[in-house]
Each structure stands twice: as structure tokens, then as C-alpha cells.
Design a protein around this ligand. Structure first.
Ligand code: FES
Ligand SMILES: [Fe+2]
Length: 344
């Protein structure tokens, strides 16, 4: 689990003004909140007094109050503003105590939290919240989250493992080639930021939901640490974007968030169907992860040939990130431009 990154914690619509939402991120329990003015915040879900989870307390749209002894905390900086049981002449300054705060942002319909800024050695400055190009200020048309019983690595590998769809994503509605009709693919890649990008390619002719976007459909796919995949599909009439983010709750539990943005307002009635399809698809990956984790004697994974190269790259990027933090130096992307071949 990599610290120092923005993590997609929840869908923005799951947090209404004046409400709080407990979440677990990287083994830390946090409380997200939305103030009366719509802005969001994140604090540690443990009162500094005796550790009572703040989720059991109250929130008036501005101030959090612990349910145990009633200490009050400002949502802006976590500072304690009141200890009700102190006598009027007690000189204890409540401001000495505070809830730990985390940077939080509401971006394109998702709540992102920056977990862990300090690390061993010099800190690597966190980048901006990942955004979906062309949909600034918009929320996804389809959004769903599924909890995977596995590490963030195993969950994220599914985003760029071209060897598995033909065997795992076998629903009839899914257009990919079945295992009996694999086709040779050639894709170019280049390093980008803390990740890599599949070079833009044009969709071949054939039946495909992407045809709704018009002719001349181009696809861009970017993968970034700590486990964010953004696919941008642009046709001559419309465009769509798919954001997938793997957020580790602990070493053995990961939330996979899946959001689809599109520019076709007339497709709105199809949202329930599209959500069902997204969940069906994600559930196939979740079941694979559950079966794998059911093996008590899991061997070290093998990464074989071009089909496993993207997974190997992801692990190299993680290793470089950890080494850079450890050594207090800037991250240097270790990848090179490369063309990969596989059958899928
Ligand atoms: S534990 Fe929170 S006020 Fe005492
Ligand atoms: Fe998959």
C-alpha cells in the first residue's frame, strides 16, 4: 500500500451536506464529512481524548462532537474548540488537542483523500487528484464500487492484464473475443508520470458499444500509481471515459471503483442497465480474486512474456516509488517506450 497518493474513497453522492461517512483507507479509519456549504473534509476517526470513533458522535455542518465526553472539533483544521467538563477557571487550552486531518477533494463526482504525506527520507510531493479529460465539473453517469477480498496489487492487475478477459469476462453481452477465437494484438506503450500509457489506437470495425460514439473511434488508456486507470474513448460525435481506481482498505481488502462518463444525454435511461453490466463485469474479477485468495499455499506469481509485461511494469513503478521515498530523491520513471504483442 503506497502512501503519499490521492485515493478514491467514495462516490460524492454518498455524502450529503451536514453528514459524515466512515471509511477505511490503508489500514486507517477516517471520517469523511460534507459541510453545510458543500465542501468536504476528512479527519481521523478516533477522538484524541480516549479514542472513541468520531463516527458515533454528531456533526452540525461545521463542528464535530465526540459522543463520549462531548469534546468539539472544528472540521476545518481538526482543532478542539471545547471540552465541556472543564470548570470555567481551568486554564487547559482545548486547542492543544486535535483530530488528525487529511486533505480531501470532491472531483468529478468522487471523493478523494490524500493518505500519508510523510515517508522515510524526503517526501515525494503528491500530484493532483486524477481527473477524467473532457468532463471537468461533471459527475459520472454510471458509478459503482465493489469490495475485493485481496491486496491492491491483485485488484489493480486486472486493469492491465490482457490475458484474462477471454477466460474471465465471458458474459454474452461482452464483445471481447472468447478463448476459442483469440486474435493477435500489437500495442505501443510509453512511460508517463508515475505510470504508462498505451499509445492511441483506432478501434477496428465491428459490432461494439463504442460505435455509439460515431466513426473513427480512438482509444487512449493511461495507468498511474497507485492503481488508477483512465480510458478515454473519442468518436467523431461523442466521447466517453472510464475511470477505474483500486483503493486498498487493508492488505487483504480493496475497493474497486468504476465510473463511466459520457457525452450522450439520451443514454440516461440506460444507466441502470449500464450499472448492472459494470457490476457483472467487476464481479467476475472479484470472484477470480476470491478463488485465488482461497488458496492457502499461494505461490509467488510468475510474470511471463508480453501479456504479463504491464503487470511487471506496475510492480517496477511501485518499487521505484518506494526506493525514491526511502532514498529521499525524486521518482524516476524506469520504463521505456515499447511495443507489446499478445493474443486476446
Ligand atoms: S473520548 Fe472523545 S471526548 Fe472523550
Ligand atoms: Fe478483468
Amino acid at each position: 500500500m503506497l502512501r503519499g497518493f490521492w485515493y478514491l474513497a467514495a462516490s460524492a453522492r454518498s455524502l450529503k451536506p451536514g453528514k459524515t461517512l466512515p471509511v477505511r483507507l490503508l489500514d486507517e479509519d477516517l471520517l469523511l464529512g460534507r459541510r453545510a456549504d458543500g465542501s468536504v473534509f476528512a479527519v481521523s476517526d478516533a477522538c484524541p481524548h480516549r479514542g472513541m470513533p468520531m463516527r458515533h458522535g454528531s456533526f452540525d455542518g461545521q463542528t464535530l462532537r465526540c459522543c463520549y465526553h462531548g469534546w468539539a472539533f472544528r472540521s476545518t483544521d481538526g482543532c478542539c474548540t471545547e471540552i465541556p467538563s472543564l470548570a470555567p477557571d481551568d486554564r487547559t487550552d482545548p486547542a492543544k488537542f486535535r483530530l488528525r486531518t487529511y486533505p480531501a477533494q470532491d472531483v468529478q463526482g468522487n471523493l478523494w483523500v490524500l493518505v500519508g504525506t510523510a515517508g522515510p527520507g524526503l517526501d515525494t510531493k503528491p500530484g493532483p487528484v486524477p481527473t477524467v479529460p473532457g468532463f471537468e465539473g461533471q459527475a459520472p453517469q454510471v458509478t459503482t464500487t465493489m469490495r475485493f477480498p485481496c491486496s491492491v496489487d491483485l485488484a489493480a492487475w486486472g486493469f492491465f492484464d490482457p490475458g484474462h478477459p477471454a477466460f474471465v469476462h465471458t458474459s454474452r453481452w461482452w464483445k471481447k473475443n472468447p478463448a476459442s477465437r483469440l486474435r493477435l494484438k500489437e500495442k505501443g506503450f510509453e512511460p508517463e508520470g508515475m505510470g504508462f500509457r498505451m499509445l492511441r489506437h483506432h478501434l477496428k470495425e465491428g459490432a461494439n458499444p463504442y460505435r455509439l460514439l460515431g466513426r473513427n473511434v480512438r482509444i487512449d488508456i493511461g495507468i498511474q500509481l497507485p492503481g488508477v486507470r483512465i480510458e478515454h474513448i473519442q468518436g467523431d460525435r461523442h466521447s466517453a471515459c472510464v475511470l477505474a481506481a483500486a483503493t486498498p482498505l487493508s492488505a487483504t481488502e480493496t475497493d474497486v471503483h468504476y465510473c463511466v462518463y459520457w457525452t450522450m444525454p439520451w443514454l440516461a435511461p440506460l444507466r441502470p442497465v449500464a450499472t448492472w453490466m459494470a457490476r457483472d463485469f467487476l464481479n467476475q474479477d472479484r470472484e477470480v480474486a476470491a478463488r485465488l485468495m482461497g488458496n492457502p499455499a499461494l505461490p509467488a506469481p510468475l510474470f511471463v512474456g508480453d501479456p504479463d509485461t504491464q503487470v511487471r511494469w506496475y510492480m517496477r513503478l511501485k518499487k521505484e516509488y518506494l526506493a525514491a521515498r526511502e532514498e529521499g530523491r525524486p521518482f524516476v520513471n524506469p520504463l521505456r517506450e515499447q511495443t507489446l504483442h499478445w493474443r486476446s
